[in-house]
Design a binder for this molecule. Structure first.
Ligand code: MF3
Ligand code: CO
Ligand code: CO
Length: 259
């Protein structure tokens, strides 16, 4: 059963989501050629701490980093290390924070300085696919309506959706019911209900959809070695417009001068 959030739950969860989004924006702005992924993860850890949160990933099933940083052919769950970002890379950043007992989960792919036209097209299509999916996150629809919207959009551009990893409910736990595949399955699909909070997160490959693990046991890469992109928002299901919770504040209130 999925966990429905009360008004009180949402009051606590909203700042967690804003915090995740703000850390993600901080990271995206910090990305530059020459930076190691370790330095980028350390930077994220510092920001999370400054905002008073905790990484939702560190220690999750023994995950060893604060964020996921996946470069080029890396799809998701990239481990930070000595790899240096190079001009022209595309890098997927995934941030989950715990604050007020709730988790916000959000991801985006950015270019390092700049990238190929193909890379930019892949990122644009993945982000738009996420928003096509979000638009279906309305009470009365089914999870499958989200899945179908994402898949149709992605495939209309000749790209492919990853099957092995899916979106999910999110709240006090990082992975709650329901699962949200980015492709249509031939089975019944849960109804969306007011008060669900969902992490919708298409992972889109430039080439074939197949993926495999690196020897580190975490980093997922495309089988064909071609580029992959990942965008994710935590969204509240309402009766009308879905509400994107992982939207950064322009200026984090913590940093505003007190008058
Ligand atoms: N943030 C990922 C997701 O979007 C989960 C990361 S799990 C970790 O669902 F262990 F890698 F942190
Ligand atoms: Co995530
Ligand atoms: Co997620």
């Amino acid at each position: 059963m999925s966990v429905l959030k009360s008004a009180k739950d949402l009051e606590a969860m909203r700042p967690a989501c804003v915090m995740a989004a703000t850390v993600l924006a901080d990271m995206a702005a910090f990305v530059s050629p020459g930076l190691t992924t370790r330095e980028l993860d350390d930077f994220a850890a510092t920001r999370i701490k400054a905002y008073g949160g905790k990484s939702a990933f560190l220690g999750y099933r023994k995950y060893p980093c604060h964020t996921c940083i996946s470069v080029n052919e890396q799809v998701v769950h990239g481990l930070a290390g000595n790899r240096r970002l190079e001009f022209g890379d595309i890098v997927s950043l995934d941030v989950g924070v715990v604050f007020n007992g709730f988790i916000g989960d959000t991801a985006r792919t950015v270019a390092v300085g700049g990238c190929s036209v193909e890379g930019q097209r892949l990122m644009d299509v993945t982000e738009k696919a996420l928003h096509e999916g979000i638009a279906k996150a309305v009470a009365g629809n089914r999870v499958m309506d989200i899945s179908r919207a994402v898949q149709n959009y992605v495939e209309s551009y000749g790209f492919s959706v990853v099957r092995e990893f899916v979106g999910h409910g999110v709240g006090r736990s990082m992975h709650e019911e329901p699962q949200i595949p980015n492709y249509v399955e031939r089975k019944s699909s849960p109804k969306l209900v007011l008060g669900m909070t969902l992490a919708i997160e298409p992972m889109v490959n430039f080439g074939e959809s197949g993926v495999e693990f690196l020897n580190d046991g975490w980093t997922v890469v495309t089988k064909d070695g071609q580029l992959s992109a990942h965008f994710e928002h935590t969204v509240l299901v309402t009766k009308s417009e879905p509400e994107i919770l992982t939207w950064p504040e322009k200026t984090p209130s913590k940093l505003l001068a007190k008058s």
